[in-house]
Design a protein around this ligand. Structure first.
Ligand code: ADP
Ligand code: MG
Length: 315
């Protein structure tokens, strides 16, 4: 049975369609990675799902219940880690948790116990009595996550919880997610970091411009584009002229430059390896050329024509 069932969800901001007939099911016990570039509609989808704001049409069921009619009851069993850090800067870590626990009706000894356990879980026990203003970015993120966990939700929604933090905190957060999932929590995780999803998610949904453009396990998604060729070419001088010539080859879908490396994605059996090689020879200075297997990054690229990192860091 599905923990979430979204059907034909439409959300507009004036004339701009931000969610365009979204259908999405989430199964009990899974870690679903929701992947997409900035502006794809990930946060809007999550906020519609968690009942932060409404939607224009369609239907959502959570825990098998119609969402709008059962919103309070549903919210009590959801944890939402927002993309923007939402902490009280003039309250200590512990007081922040006490506030959020209180919102969920926890009090007395039970609240105290939950606060201690949750701080321990996110590795902040030693900082319980400190103000978050003194915390590093990663510690703030972990406290933000703790606030969404203090009531032990069955379903945890995390909106880009690892943006702009140090690798150590990132690993800690990813480990926390794994442990929560092993304890039975269903998790919806949004990110534009493909590596995280590759190691964490049991299933991936890719969103772009308000649409779901792919949905499956990583293996399934990669298989879909196995009928593509990817050629990696390294040259001394990847000039615009060279890139232009490559783009004009029959069957070429994408040509991307990364310093001295050029990636060429073409339709399968286009025979472009030979042609790429002969064009590169004309320009000279070839360091290497190879044909490669597609990755999740290539799936994304092929489906959207964009690299995931584009504009991803400035939020
Ligand atoms: N309150 C709002 N008013 C108008 N447009 C909005 C609002 N919130 C989001 N949008 C627009 O909706 C689109 C999707 O945004 P968002 O859901 O935040 O994407 P993501 O989380 O994938 O980066 C963007 O084009 C954004 O500008
Ligand atoms: Mg967002």
């Amino acid at each position: 049975m599905a923990i979430v069932h979204m059907k034909d969800i439409v959300k507009r901001y004036s004339s701009h369609i931000v969610l365009d007939n979204i259908d999405l099911d989430i199964a009990y016990g899974e870690i679903l990675g929701l992947l997409g570039p900035n502006g794809a509609g990930k946060t809007t989808l999550i906020h519609a799902l968690a009942g932060i704001h409404g939607f224009d049409s369609g239907a959502i069921e959570v825990f098998g219940k119609e969402q709008k009619a059962n919103l309070l009851e549903i919210k009590r069993q959801i944890g939402l880690v927002t993309q923007e850090i939402t902490l009280f800067t003039d309250l200590t870590a512990k007081e922040n948790l006490a506030f959020f626990g209180g919102v969920y009706g926890l009090k007395g000894e039970k609240l105290k116990k939950r606060i201690d356990e949750t701080l321990e879980f996110v590795g902040l026990s030693e900082h319980a009595r400190k103000l978050p203003a003194k915390f590093s970015g990663g510690m703030k993120r972990r406290l933000n996550i703790a606030c969404a966990l203090v009531h032990r939700p069955k379903f945890l929604i995390m909106d880009e919880p690892t943006v702009g933090i140090d690798p150590q905190s990132r690993n800690h957060i990813l480990e926390t997610i794994r442990q929560l999932n092993q304890q039975g929590t269903t998790i919806l995780y949004t990110t534009h970091y493909i590596e995280e999803i590759q190691n964490l998610a049991s299933r991936v949904v890719i969103m772009d411009q308000g649409h779901i453009i792919a949905n499956g396990t990583i293996d399934e998604l990669v298989k879909k584009i196995q009928y593509e060729e990817k050629i990696k070419l390294e040259v001394a001088a990847p000039t615009d002229d060279l890139l232009e010539r490559l783009r004009k080859l029959d069957g070429v879908k994408q040509v991307l430059k990364n310093e001295k490396e050029i990636h060429i994605i073409s339709q399968v059996e286009s025979g472009n390896l030979d042609r790429v090689l002969s064009i590169a020879r004309e320009f000279g200075g070839i360091h290497s050329i190879s044909a490669e297997k597609p990755t999740l990054e290539d799936v994304f690229l092929t489906l959207t024509g964009k690299r995931l990192r584009d504009g991803g860091e400035e939020e």
